[in-house]
Ligand binder design. Structure first.
Ligand code: ADP
Length: 590
């Protein structure tokens, strides 16, 4: 739009484009007469007036301003006005100004959106960093709590009561860790930082594990638990096992929490995915239901229970975070499915979800049996192996010492990066466990220096962090570190990682319990199963009942952690096919 204004007579010409921009026609605009200044946004009026006065006074030659004007429809338009003095009087005062109007509403809108988005992103980043830091602070002490509980559980001098207390510490600790992980999951989901990690796994084992996890708690409440799957459910599949497990655990956990009489049924079936979309060929849809005979959900709440932090009245009373179902829904959607619930108050609830997966042959599964075997030493001829433990927190160093010492490693310690470098110089360790966050010199810097040093760079550095975000892994590995362990770690993980970095052979419990022993390892009548967790005994009973002796063998490994003597005897009976005796022993735990 164009305008041309005589500052003396105040007579002004407006081009049609000028008023059409605001939605007026010539007559409508003329009807506003000189009053059209009131179309200018009150906050911008001064900005619009100033250039008139300033050019009239002869101070300026040109100007450019942005301001808001109200269109005929009532909405605000952003206008870019440029103006220029074209005539002056003898004293140099402007008497005629001409200029243009450009509608810049869209550009302004985009600018505002960008600013809003930047602010939101910055806030989200700040929140993510806060959550990551906070969980780091929580996970660090959790590492000590869970780790030492694990170390203590192996102490053969434990009384049954102490073993029970330790079990409680471990369980509560794991529960707390779970809560932290939930909060973290949600914030990662919200920040769009969570992805699927599909891998091959045994689906039947997963269902079996989930059943085992809940069986004793369900029975303690006097409830029944039924887990069943139909023949079409493949034994092995490729999907994100961790997320699938979490969905089951959350749903069954809820069912258990909100059910006082009756029971819980978990039913799983599979359907081939319709042909058509070639990318989906060969995939199956796994459909699962978790049904309970509990309190049910009020219809007023049913639409909202999948929302973050939403809990119905009973949920609020029972504790929890209101995050479980929100996480389930997100995970299920990521795996290509949906989750829904049917419920009637007082009668129970039935959660149903489906996910896509790819059946695979068993041969492709990487067996991680070694993970469950317990390391008890180094093969004769290995060693001596010197390990440097670097951590600023003493009890974290103590924990590593407790784990590594009995296996036969020689240990040295350092409390920060500077001390670590001095130790590397004087002790020439074969491997280093390096905490990343430390005062004086942190693990990042220390690792970089070691890796830049000609004589030291081949020493494996295993970075330890309590950071919960996988993204930090890249940052850690960029220092040149050879491996990465996240606290809290399991002892098996620690040995496995170390085993990958050094040419060493471990001795495992398995090998220490010769199964072909001819003489019974002690009197068989005196097998006391006290102190061995009931779910484990139940699982042993089930394995013998099913004749699944591979499973039985695995479970005996777990018994060995608590009580090597008993494990030895159970294995002895199994090796002799004395299933009757085993059944007699285990029947009370069925
Ligand atoms: P939380 O269990 O931590 O409260 P969830 O997101 O898992 O959080 O569940 C949200 C709410 O949904 C619960 O607080 C409860 O009110 C309701 N709810 C979930 N599962 C069931 C169920 N099986 N029976 C009755 N109510 C349920």
């Amino acid at each position: 739009g164009l305008w041309d204004c005589n500052l003396v007579t105040r007579e002004t010409y407006y081009s049609p484009a000028f008023y059409r921009m605001l939605g007026y026609d010539a007559d409508g605009f003329a009807a506003l007469e000189e009053n059209w200044m009131r179309l200018i946004h009150p906050e911008d009026r001064e900005k619009v007036e100033n250039p008139w006065h300033e050019s009239r006074a002869g101070w300026i030659q040109r100007f450019e301003i942005e301001f808001r004007m109200q269109a005929k429809e009532g909405d605000w338009r952003w206008i870019l006005r440029r103006g220029k003095v074209v005539e002056r009087d003898a004293k140099g005062h402007a008497i005629r100004l001409v200029g243009t109007h450009v509608d810049i509403t869209e550009r302004k809108q985009a600018e505002q959106d960008r600013v809003a988005r930047d602010v939101a992103e910055a806030a989200n980043r700040a929140k993510s960093i806060f959550v990551a830091n906070m969980s780091h602070e929580i996970r660090t002490p959790m590492n000590a709590i869970l780790g030492f509980a694990q170390v203590l559980k192996k102490d053969p001098a434990l009384t049954p009561r102490q073993a029970e207390y330790l079990e409680i510490i471990s369980r509560s600790g794991s529960h707390l860790l779970q809560l932290i992980n939930d909060i973290l999951d949600i914030s990662k989901i919200e920040a769009g930082r969570i992805d699927l990690k599909p891998a091959s796994f045994c689906l039947h084992d997963l269902l079996w594990d989930v059943e085992m996890t809940f069986r004793s708690r369900v029975e303690e409440k006097g409830l029944q638990l039924l887990v069943e799957w139909d023949d079409l459910v493949p034994s092995h599949a490729k999907a994100d096992e961790g997320k699938l497990r979490q969905v089951f655990v959350n749903l069954i956990g809820n069912a258990l929490k909100f059910t006082d009489v009756g029971g819980i049924a978990v039913r799983v079936r599979a359907e081939p995915v319709e042909e058509g979309d070639s990318s989906e060929k060969g995939r199956i849809r796994l459909i699962a239901e978790v049904e309970d005979t509990g309190h049910g959900i009020d219809s007023a709440d049913i639409d909202r229970i999948f929302d973050v932090f939403h809990q119905a009245e009973r949920g609020l009373k029972a504790g929890g975070t209101g995050l479980g179902l929100a996480i389930c829904r997100r995970f299920v959607e990521m795996m290509g499915g949906k989750i829904a619930v049917r419920s009637e108050e007082g009668k129970g609830s039935c959660f149903r979800f489906d996910v896509l997966m790819e059946p695979v042959d068993e041969v492709f599964i990487e067996h991680e049996k070694s993970m469950t075997r317990q390391v008890i030493g180094l093969q004769p001829g290995t060693g001596p192996i010197r390990i440097l433990i670097v951590d600023d927190v003493k009890h974290n160093r103590d924990l590593l010492r407790e784990i590594l010492n009995p296996v036969g490693f020689e240990l040295a310690e350092a409390g920060n990066g500077v001390e670590a470098l001095a130790q590397v110089e004087s002790h020439a360790p074969h491997a280093i466990f390096m905490d990343m966050r430390m005062p004086v010199m942190d693990g990042y810097e220390a690792t970089r220096r070691i890796k830049q040093h000609e004589a030291w760079k081949s020493i494996p550095v295993i970075a330890l962090t309590a950071s919960a975000f996988d993204e930090y892994k890249d940052e850690v590995m960029a220092t040149g570190a050879d491996a990465y362990l996240r606290k809290p770690f399991r002892t098996e993980e620690l040995f496995e990682t170390l085993g990958k970095c050094l040419p060493l052979q471990y001795l495992y419990t398995e090998e220490a319990v010769p199964s072909s022993q001819v003489v019974p390892p002690g009197p068989m009548e005196a097998i006391s199963l006290d102190g061995i967790p009931a779910p484990l005994l139940h699982a042993l009973h089930h394995a013998v009942g099913e004749g699944d002796m591979a499973k039985f063998g695995d479970l005996v490994q777990e018994v060995a952690v608590q009580n090597p003597g008993v494990a030895e005897k159970l294995q002895w009976l199994a090796d002799r096919f004395d299933y009757e005796k085993l059944m007699d022993l285990l029947r009370p735990y069925a």
